[in-house]
Write a new protein. Sequence first.
Length: 161
Amino acid sequence: MYTQIDFTPYTLDELYSSAKAIDRECFSKHAKEIDELIKTREAQGPIQNTDLKIVDEQASRGDRRVAAIIDGLIGIAFTVPLIMYIGFDSLMQPTLELSLFLLGYGVLSVLVLHGYLMYQRGQTIGKYCMSIRIENVDGTKASFTTIYFKRMLPMQLLSLV
């Protein structure tokens, strides 16, 4: 079964990372395509993305922690006005309507704050500030749906419990 993947938007660093991580026996067509793109890009000259960490270098726990703290502080700043408006008393015994409203507000605020960066670069604001991103196992940028529906939305739903 051959799944078509468009490797052309990948940076040279992403192509190197993918070439190193790919199972060449199982995905020989993908590996060949990646190798050809690497040769083409190397012939074009060095174009480096200096915003991100070095390829194959995982972000340290410290970098991830700082990025999470930045994202958390931004989220708090975005939520405090709502809590001030609703009042703490309402949050002590939330109704179903209030819980659904808060979920909707959380989803909307994440999309407004981080949506563009998640879609374009696989980053949140905190990760952007720390020059790291969310990646797939093969080292490529994670898609928006992977980031949001597999990582963020489940945490938002758990926060309502």
